[in-house]
Write a protein that binds this ligand. Structure first.
Ligand code: SAH
Length: 334
């Protein structure tokens, strides 16, 4: 399968007759460059407060129907210890953009979690270079910040008061500081074009992403996009598969959003190019409130059950759970 230009990507995205071929090719590229092991990342959703108003997200500050919570420092550490005891080698701290967590607070959390001998990923939004530097100096290893869409017009419609340029600046700063950088996009936003999805994929390559997460847009009833149609699972899967084929050795999660709109969506993704899963290790009481979209998978589960469930499914498809940190190992030549 030849994919070398934007035109090739667009053709593949538009042609559903070659989907099976695309997915199995992406699966073979995954096997060749990152092998059969799957890296699990323990996700702690520590605050659903957010100062932003992203049109698609249930955490947007204008949503008054959500019960807000913050997990404080000591309790975040308890969650992290529990995850490390369960065997997770990476902890991901994710939240809305919540100013309660000052640089000092985040740095303290980072330094205590790093004592657990885990890799630490942050996913807490747009910050200044100095803030990113402070987190790095405190021990953070990786940072996730999706570009969401590279279509400038769509970006500004979806993110009032924010800018695509600043989002890109964040990614550049994180790279400069030596983080492993994760990004990604939403698939199926209202008025999103296939051409712009091709641009998103090329953008991932251009920035030298270490990890890319792709998920379908899922409407949330308490957002301005409540009546919009949901994104297509297969289109999201195709964007993910092409990303695997072009970026070869990066880490690619089978996202929770995929699982949420398609039964066994994560397993299908793991067989179409993905090599990472991010099970939720937040306790049940909080995960129900971290409602970025409706119908999020596994919201009634607890960390131990989630780990057992995904581990079984991984074994059933003949793969295994990695015991190492699962950093991006650069093995591809170009
Ligand atoms: N505040 C952090 C984390 C955001 S939540 C940040 O800005 O990076 C993580 C991801 O959830 C977002 O990047 C977005 O791509 C996804 N998301 C938010 N709302 C969604 C929805 N309605 N459907 C699908 N994914 C959504």
């Amino acid at each position: 399968m030849q994919i070398s230009s934007k035109k090739d990507i667009i053709e593949i995205l538009k042609d559903d007759s070659i989907n099976e071929e695309l997915f199995s090719y992406a699966d073979s590229v995954r096997k060749k460059y990152v092998g059969d092991e799957i890296h699990l990342r323990g996700l702690i959703e520590f605050s659903n407060y957010c100062k932003n108003t992203c049109k698609y997200c249930g955490l947007r500050c204008e949503n008054k129907n959500i019960e807000r919570y913050r997990i404080l420092e000591d309790e975040i550490l308890e969650h992290a210890k529990n995850a490390a005891n369960l065997g997770f080698k990476t902890i991901v701290l994710q939240s809305g953009e919540d100013n309660y967590y000052t640089v000092n607070r985040i740095c303290n959390i980072i330094s205590v979690i790093k004592k657990l001998n885990v890799a630490l990923t942050l996913s807490i939004g747009e910050k200044t270079f100095e803030e990113y530097k402070a987190y790095k100096d405190a021990g953070a290893d990786r940072y996730l910040i999706r570009i969401e869409t590279t279509d400038e017009n769509l970006y500004s419609k979806m993110h009032p008061g924010m800018s695509l340029e600043n989002r890109k600046r964040c990614l550049r700063d994180l790279k400069t500081l030596g983080y492993e950088v994760g990004s990604g996009c939403l698939v199926g936003l209202p008025n999103q074009s296939i051409e712009s999805l091709a641009d998103d994929i090329l953008f991932f390559k251009e920035i030298g992403a270490d990890m890319i997460g792709v998920g379908p847009f899922i409407p949330h009833p308490d957002t301005p996009l409540k009546d919009a149609s949901k994104g297509s699972f297969f289109l999201a899967l195709k964007v993910m598969a092409i990303t695997r084929i072009l970026l070869k050795d990066i880490n690619i999660p089978a996202t929770t959003a995929m699982e949420s709109i398609q039964k066994d969506g994560r397993i299908i993704a793991l067989q179409s190019g993905a090599n990472v899963v991010m099970p939720n290790v937040t306790t049940t009481e909080y995960r129900q409130k971290y409602e970025i979209y409706k119908g999020k998978a596994c919201i009634n589960e607890n960390p131990t059950k989630c780990l057992g469930c995904i581990t079984n499914k991984i074994k059933l498809i003949g793969r295994s759970v990695s015991k190492d940190f699962g950093s991006h190992k650069k093995v591809a030549k170009e």
